[in-house]
Design a protein around this ligand. Structure first.
Ligand SMILES: [Zn+2]
Length: 387
């Protein structure tokens, strides 16, 4: 049986695995699996079919529905090009802070969740506790949905999911969702002196890109809904962050690639905005095809993160509020896996240690005070699970 590690020892171990989203997380998952199994806890994997990555989930306590689910992602953002003053994959304690990639986002919480699961195993609980560790969160929250699908037939369904993204232990009950597209405009090359015979991929793409300005102007001018009013800005926004295309000033461009993202307020769906994007593409495409039939748009890649909608039943929110004493209204501007759990029928809220301002930064850290607040949260949660 391995030693029971402290939250700090667990975080130190997790940070030592360089689980940048572009690399494997299997060594980390394997270590957690072995650590849990050493304490008599069976864990399950969801293995990604294409890449050497996996999610891990586990259950402790009576085999019945209604668990509290502690959920975090195992991947971290890259450190390349960032000026770190310490080794990013080593936890270094300095001035009341723990430095290291992922300490804040979000291996600090993962460590606390693993700690809580093992404590629950030894102390015994009357309400079950589950752990869910995902992958590929940082590249568009793509790892959680298959993990959630894989969990459902294997574990009794949990009823309150706490996603421990850094919120300084505030209870966050809403965030915007997003839908993102990588789009390829396929034009037809002719000399630019005869533009009527060609189709410029760039100029066609521009019609779609300019549509995002119209979307923003219209949404800005509209009265915000109650669900949207707490966000800044209080409406759905569209944005094009990358455009690439063309070969010469006197050739109608054959190709143009662009990235279009929409950040969606709760109350509106990613599906509806996806349809609007496709409608606009088809509309512009009709004009392109009228000139040269084989031109048009291809959606190369699409990803969706559903919004987190403040809930009516509020089981996760109520639990997190009881433990933290936080009764304020908080929403965040970043997407998380909480919206994906909610979409799968779980009650979900965000509550985790650390400040999002330190996430993704060089010299990322979590303050000792925040880490201890996270530890206190877990202890209080365990007491509640025992009564
Ligand atoms: Zn995160």
């Amino acid at each position: 049986m391995p030693d029971r590690l402290s939250p700090l020892e667990l975080m130190t171990k997790l940070v030592s695995f360089p689980t940048v989203s572009s690399s494997t997380n299997l060594p980390l998952v394997g270590w957690v699996e072995e650590y849990l199994s050493g304490h008599g806890i069976t864990s399950h994997r969801y293995a990604d079919p294409d890449e050497p990555k996996a999610a891990l989930f586990a259950h402790v306590g009576p085999l019945e529905e209604g668990a509290v689910v502690l959920s975090g992602h195992t991947d971290v953002v890259p450190v390349e090009g960032q000026d770190w003053s310490t080794d990013p994959f080593k936890v270094v304690e300095k001035n009341g802070r723990y430095y290291g990639r992922g300490t804040c986002d979000m291996k600090g919480f993962d460590a606390l969740a693993i700690w809580a699961l093992v404590e629950a195993q030894y102390a015994g609980v009357t309400r079950p506790l589950q752990l869910a560790l995902s992958f590929d969160e940082e590249i568009g929250c793509v790892g959680a949905p298959p993990m959630i699908r894989a969990m459902q037939p294997v574990l009794p369904k949990g009823s309150a999911v706490i996603v421990g993204e850094p919120s300084e232990m505030q209870v966050v009950t809403g965030h915007k969702g997003s839908i993102g597209f990588e789009i390829h405009a396929r034009g037809f090359e002719v000399h630019s002196s005869m533009p009527d015979k060609g189709v410029s991929a760039i100029m066609s793409a521009a019609k779609v890109i300019d549509w995002t300005n119209t979307v923003n102007d219209t949404n800005r001018a509209a009265e915000p809904t109650d669900l949207a009013a707490v966000f800044d800005p209080p409406y759905t926004t569209a944005h094009v962050g990358v455009v690439r295309g063309g070969t010469a000033h006197n050739i109608t461009a054959k190709d143009c690639f662009f990235l279009l993202d929409i950040r969606i307020v709760p109350g509106e769906s990613a599906g509806m905005w996806g349809d609007r994007v496709r409608d606009r593409l088809r509309e512009v495409e009709a004009g392109m095809k009228a000139v040269v039939p084989q031109t048009g748009f291809d959606i190369i890649h699409e990803h969706t993160v559903p919004p987190l909608v403040p809930e009516e039943a509020k089981e996760a929110e109520t639990l997190a509020r009881m433990i933290t004493g936080d009764n304020g209204t908080h929403v965040v501007s970043y997407g998380t896996e909480a919206g994906q759990f909610q979409e799968a029928g779980y009650s979900a809220a965000i509550c985790g240690p650390g400040n999002i301002a330190q996430a993704h930064q060089p010299d990322e850290y979590i303050s000792r005070a925040q880490f201890e607040a996270g530890h206190a949260f877990m202890k209080s949660l365990l007491r509640r699970l025992q009564t």
